[in-house]
Design a protein around this ligand. Structure first.
Ligand SMILES: Cc1ncc(C[n+]2csc(CCOP(=O)(O)OP(=O)(O)O)c2C)c(N)n1
Length: 375
């Protein structure tokens, strides 16, 4: 399916505002709207999380009487359940919203373990949420697509939500935009520096996406194993609270959270909670490339934000911003010396190696090894 025609259908159905969180299944779509190639789009907002995008869609309807479009990976369904069930559903306010949902973990298609369960329940969840839907793939014809948009329009006009579930490879391949930043430090080099600095009994919780994959590789290559690492393979935005949960029970061990700026933003309230109840053995490191690099590199909804300032104002006693390997190494030594809750914002470039590998063990095996290491 050509992305141009798909987006054209979207505008013809009266959509003027699009909000969401990018996903690799929707790369072609995200790229197209981010660059507003046909100049038809009034508003595109990358939100902090998918629930926020539903909020914008509710606001759009209240202000204009128009439905908005909300796009996301199916893992984002978790973040929209509350604003749908308690606000947008027709038994509450009846707000029309058109969802575009990238289907990871579709049954029968090979995908990562964190996508399997959600992939299997995606359609069931839509049914449970009372959201009508159609599934599309690269075999969907233009005529079928026109019919789906007609069905969607009818649904929206009855104050209901409608979802188009998009399978992997639905959109024809076209050259994707390469997002760049002015930073020179590669994220992987920053991770290597952190791994070299770690001690044998430190614990590390890493965030969703390529940060975890890079950490996994660096641990194996520098330290010979990765048993000190808990990979937050899904549940984007929750790594810092997992690290906090461990740190408060393992006070004699240093716990490091390796976060991404998109993930910090996704559930930023955690910064305030951690800052107000500081743990001296917790080190929170945010690798800030101002982008959702793992899923294509689109800017986050708050690119350029001073995360250090927010951490400081939230109550983190020690904060620092660095952008070179030398600065990072100096600050890591300082953090080790101080023994107090710390936040380090590391400004890194957008990009990753093409041949980056994935964890070889199952999440269950990694969990076991991590827990055994603490015994
Ligand atoms: C709830 C949820 N929404 C969306 C995704 C898809 N996703 C996986 S990684 C990622 C980007 C993470 O961005 P960031 O934390 O800034 O790290 P980066 O990839 O830039 O290193 C996204 C959007 C997800 N896994 N979960």
């Amino acid at each position: 399916m050509r992305i141009e025609e798909f987006v054209c259908n979207l505008y013809k159905s009266g959509i003027e505002t699009i909000a969401g969180i990018p996903d690799s299944t929707l790369n072609q779509f995200c790229d197209y709207i981010e660059n507003n190639e046909n100049n038809l789009l009034k508003t595109h907002i990358v939100t902090e999380n998918e629930g926020g995008a539903v909020g914008i869609a509710i606001g759009e309807y209240l202000a204009t009487g128009r439905a908005a479009c909300v796009y996301m990976q199916n893992s984002g369904l978790g973040n929209i359940v509350n604003p749908i069930t308690s606000l947008a559903h027709q038994e509450v306010y009846g707000i029309p919203i058109l969802f575009l949902i990238g289907w990871r973990g579709e049954p029968g298609i090979k995908d990562e373990p964190q996508h399997k369960f959600m992939g299997r329940i995606t359609i069931g969840m839509l049914e449970l949420l009372d959201i009508d839907y159609s599934v599309v793939d690269n075999g969907t014809t233009q005529q079928e697509m026109d019919d789906i948009f007609k069905k969607a329009k009818k649904c929206l006009s009855c104050s209901k939500q409608f979802a188009i579930v998009i399978k992997k490879g639905t959109f024809d391949k076209r050259e994707l935009c390469t997002y760049r930043s002015k930073q020179a430090l590669a994220r992987e080099d920053a991770i290597r520096e952190i791994v070299k600095w770690m001690r044998a009994d430190d614990l590390i919780v890493s965030t969703t996406g390529k940060i975890s994959r890079e950490l996994y590789e660096q641990m194996d290559s520098i330290r010979g194993n990765h048993k000190q690492v808990f990979l937050t393979v899904g549940g984007m935005g929750h790594a810092k609270m997992i690290a906090y949960g461990i740190a408060q029970r393992r006070r004699s061990q240093r716990v490091i959270c390796l976060d991404g700026d998109g993930a910090v933003l996704m559930h930023m309230g955690g910064l305030a909670m951690i800052g107000q109840h500081p743990l001296s053995n917790l080190v929170h490191i945010c690798l800030d490339n101002e982008a959702h690099e793992s899923v294509g590199g689109m800017p986050t909804g708050a690119a350029g934000l001073d995360y250090c300032k927010i951490a400081r104002d939230s109550g983190y006693p020690y904060v620092s911003k660095v952008s070179t390997k030398a600065e990072l190494s100096e600050i890591l030594s300082e953090v080790r010396r101080r023994e107090e809750l710390a936040f380090i914002q590391v400004k890194v470039a957008i990009g990753s190696r093409r041949d980056l590998t994935r964890p070889k063990e199952s999440p269950e095996e990694n969990k076991r090894a991590f827990m055994d290491m603490m015994e």
